[in-house]
Design a protein around this ligand. Sequence first.
Ligand code: BES
Ligand code: MN
Ligand code: ZN
Length: 504
Amino acid sequence: MDIKVASAGITKVETGAMVVFMFEGEKRLGRELGALNRKLGKVITASIENGEMKGRAGELNVFHSLGRMPVQRVAVAGLGKKEEFKLDKLRAAAAESCRALKQNKVTDITVLATSIADGRKFSQEDYARAITEGAMLGLYSFRKYFTKENDFKEVKKLTLLSTSEDGVAAIKKGSNKGRIIAEAVCLARDMVNEPANYLTPAAMADIAKKIAEDNKLEITVLEREDMQKLGMGALLGVSRGSVQPPKMIIVSYKGRKSNDIDLALVGKGITFDTGGISLKTAAGMEEMKADMSGGAAVLAAIGSIARLKLKINVTVVVPAVENMPDGGAIRPSDILTALTGKTIEIISTDAEGRLILCDALGYINKSKPKAIIDIATLTGACIVALGKQCSGILGNDQSLVDRIIESASEEGEAVWQLPLFEDYRDNIKSSVADIKNGGSGGGGTITAALFLSEFVGDTPWAHMDIAGTNFTDRDRKYLVKGGTGVPVRTLVNLAIKMSGGRKK
Ligand code: BES
Ligand code: MN
Ligand code: ZN
């Protein structure tokens, strides 16, 4: 999709559809909507007056211009009440209107990016960013494996319209930022949607190499022999039941002059989770191709952190492994020795995420990063606790957790903190090894996080459980059925905040 910024008189633009936003209960039309209304024979005011059009969030009314101006359709998208406005509502409205227009085969869309809200709570740049992200994310599709085009039409051209020349620079800036971030989210979605027969650990490493090459990042991929030398017994244990060799992917971005790692991002990269010998039941197992969503998110995030030239040093680590149940697989009761030397009794081979993560955490912690965040589709318990629209977060450092929650909330990516109660540590005590990988006594998300906490020492660390949020079974707002790309936007926003802006 070609994305442009233009400045022109609103009724003069040649476009398939002009999207204009409207707040709920607004009686007076703005200057632009007013001009369109006059061209349309006052059909807009009429539908407001007769109560058909209210401006509620999610509402979309499309009016055909029947040749009365070069704008073929006017699509009025509701934003809800002005007092309740958040950028995420604009992102959602842009997504839903673009998607509805695409379904009606409109391939050239213009969105009015000025005169959205005059409260000045957000900048013109913020609006442009949200519109671009919403349109790109809402129009996302994964069509690689269709052999026929069917009835599908891609939106080819998106224009953000400024009604004045001086708005153009800020809109361009915001739209560029939005495009870079949305492209990262779409890249993460592509990886998640890719099936496990194509997206093997090796394929994931190849994608990481491409990201590194495109952005001049340093990359190391540890092979099985390297991991053996380092003593990553937990990760290697998980990989034993698969014919796919494991890969440990490490990518670094240096945005400032120092060898310190300001932020280490670790992402679970289970390319398929059968459960191993503790085999999962068949129903819904296909979703386990998405068990590498954390890894996809951190790889996509570092690419866009580099493209945004943020003044921060970030390293991502992705342990990429397939969890399969062949004759060489580990079994419940086996004892593995992690990189840090800790011994782990296997209770369930389906609690494999923490086993690969503990070696990734132990590995990166040796470089003494200032903060570590791990992202993982770790526990079904998190879906029980928080549902499918909210990620869980836990950590040993409240100020880090708070910063992540703030970054997430600004992006409209819901997260909720769960407690890391020390008393629950008893639940992962083993009678034959230092710890065990399966908790007893409920609170599965907490015990999983406590397990991970054993491998980060005193380093400020937070863990995000995205088991519920990484994948969606329906189109919703700017999410499209399949991988969501959560929490790429949160991570990029956090990096923006931590870095205090762009590198010179
Ligand atoms: N990948 C799963 C968690 C998951 C479940 C993600 C559903 C997305 C949707 C993870 O590896 C797993 O199997 N966890 C077990 C842990 C248990 C055996 C302690 C779980 O949650 O059942
Ligand atoms: Mn599992
Ligand atoms: Zn898993």
